[in-house]
Design a protein around this ligand. Structure first.
Ligand code: CC7
Ligand code: ZN
Ligand code: ZN
Length: 246
């Protein structure tokens, strides 16, 4: 099964150079899904000349603006075009907070009173594989990010791990590696203490066999200073397409 991932952006939350860390995923059955939809996602799709009408859906990892800030525009533009509602794949724990705390103020009117007026909502049970299409399972893995806020990483067929935002979890990465995960797309804070993110120094402390599986994303604008300083780990780049056999 070949997964094709185009990075809409690879930057940290406040990056001005790399855009929000969001991706366009293309499945073997031609379905196109967004992985997160931050406030720069709509511009990134426009620049890639990717029509919104061709998106089947969006997967949401957690409720920060660099991951959900573009959902209002997506919802409005799909509502007022003739295309079908996009499917929203989201942890069951985040369905109500997404509407009540993020989207309701902008989207609600007398005719549109819930998330289901804009999206086909597909709640996912964290830890339970969900079959997206024949031969492709997505599992949400609850990972630590902001204390008290639910946040999820994505595991595809046990082979590809997409961290989204998380603090360093060496035991999880070790376990995934032992269970056959071949690709780890990991967020990376390049400077400072890793209070709510994983730092480059933490990733560099991992065994070499795990580092060789890692591609770095969600990095700050200082990234050019770190080229050549990440061991065998490479940087994912904005606008580039990557292919993973999983
Ligand atoms: N407790 C917190 C909460 C937020 N933040 C910063 O805000 C950003 C929100 O998006 P992010 O990509 O999760 O990165 C967060 C931190 O930069 C932070 O540094 N500490
Ligand atoms: Zn983020
Ligand atoms: Zn976050």
């Amino acid at each position: 099964m070949l997964l094709q991932l185009t990075m809409l952006g690879t930057g940290s939350a406040f990056s001005k150079s790399f855009g929000n860390n969001n991706a366009l995923l293309e499945l073997p059955d031609q379905q196109k899904l967004l992985i997160d939809c931050g406030h720069t996602a709509m511009m990134a799709l426009h620049q890639l000349q990717q029509p919104l009408e061709q998106l089947e859906g969006v997967i949401v990892t957690h409720l920060h603006a660099d991951h959900v800030g573009g959902l209002e525009e997506l919802a409005f533009r799909r509502k007022f075009s003739s295309s079908a509602k996009p499917t929203l794949y989201i942890a069951d724990t985040l369905v109500t907070p997404l509407w009540e705390h993020c989207l309701r103020a902008g989207l609600e009117d007398q005719q549109h009173r819930s998330l289901a007026d804009f999206f086909e909502v597909q709640p996912l049970v964290p830890g339970t594989p969900f079959s997206l299409t024949d031969g492709l399972d997505l599992t949400l893995v609850h990972t630590d990010h902001i204390p008290g806020k639910d946040s999820y990483s994505l595991l595809w067929n046990q082979k590809l791990f997409y961290s989204a935002d998380m603090t360093f979890a060496p035991d999880l990465l070790q376990q995934l590696h032992q269970e056959g995960t071949e690709y780890i797309l990991h967020e990376c804070q390049l400077t400072g203490q890793g209070a709510v993110h994983t730092t480059l120094d933490e990733l560099l402390s991992l065994p070499a066999s795990i580092q060789s599986c890692i591609q770095l994303m969600h990095y700050g604008d200082e990234q050019p200073d770190f080229i050549g300083k990440t061991g065998s780990m490479t940087f994912l780049e904005r606008g580039q397409t990557y292919r993973y056999e999983i």
